[in-house]
Design a protein around this ligand. Sequence first.
Ligand code: FAD
Length: 351
Amino acid sequence: MIQILGPNDLQEQVLNKDLCVRCGACVGLCPYFNTYKGDVVMTFSCDHTQGRCFTHCPRTDVDYDLLSKQMFGKLYDKNPLGVHRKIFASKAGDKMGDHHYQNGGTITALMVYAMEQGLIDAAVLTDSQNLIPVPKLVTETDGIKNCSSTKYMAAPTISKLNEGMKKGYEKIGVVGTPCQMTAIAKMKSNPLNFKNFKNPTRLLIGLFCTWAVDTKDFINLVSRETDISKIEGMDILPPPAQLFILKTKDQNIEIPLDAIRNIVPKGCSMCPDMTSEWADISVGAFEGESTWNTLIIRTPKGENLVNDAVNDGYLVTKNLSEKNLAHLIKGAENKKKRGFENQKKDQPIRD
Ligand SMILES: Cc1cc2nc3c(=O)[nH]c(=O)nc-3n(C[C@H](O)[C@H](O)[C@H](O)COP(=O)(O)OP(=O)(O)OC[C@H]3O[C@@H](n4cnc5c(N)ncnc54)[C@H](O)[C@@H]3O)c2cc1C
């Protein structure tokens, strides 16, 4: 049986143990949990013995079988890539016009298309200001385009899903990392058995993620290299470079990946999911071609959306080579093994 506890237990089991991954799932449900410069903090004590803050957190108990049955109708089988129907390489199609994306722009194209088609009426995304990730709830396609590009900082994005729910949106699309998708999957299982519970999400696009960095530590690190207001983007060079790149107007600043790995929140080490398994569609970089993405389709809804977006010129797909697929599986397998091993050592997550 998984534990169903409350805010003080969340503080004790997750925040005090430095296991918080700053996903924002506990923020915006009540006045007590907030974010400050990328951190999640409990600002007042609360004596509820059970709460959504605890039950939605991706670092408290996760019932993987329950989540898998709920989403895919079968038990969790630890497949490295999760349940999937198809895997492609993809990028934004001509209908999206000219725009700057992190890679192929698959995510932005699919969210724009979903909104134009009326599948979603709001989107939960992540922008940034002075290197602080800024979660956004947007209702226009321009707002979706403005949030394109990767911010490698752990972001409290799910706080905006909580806000969207309060505002009464019922067809929300969310783009998020594996921990954020896990929080949503837990929310969808309605762990506190609320009678009036309605799942407010209609489309979940998950990002591949090996780790994210702590915002405060990242700002400290980067401030030693450059004026942070000049940073226009960031990227990780493909192996074997082992370099993180900060892009300014005039230059690319290289930071050794080891320095970056030092500022990854401890809670990330317990994550067994590299490809956002609890999403309709998952998207990551494409090995060897930086203007393309890897695209994993998991649900019939995701498959229909991709097919329609291709037919209407919003997306282009091509096949993935056996070599690319093998590397993807290897990376995901390694993270799964590491994550489950670290969960056993550190608790509180139990599988
Ligand atoms: C923390 C992190 C780690 C990643 N690690 C890997 C990896 O190990 N391997 C891999 O292949 N790919 C990884 N990715 C994904 C990859 O870097 C790109 O995000 C993806 O390929 C971009 O696709 P695109 O061109 O379609 O995105 P775009 O169309 O440019 O859109 C990017 C989308 O990402 C969202 N976003 C940006 N930053 C965040 C954030 N911090 N949290 C939540 N959502 C965010 C934005 O809302 C936007 O919708 C990672 C992404 C993140 C955020």
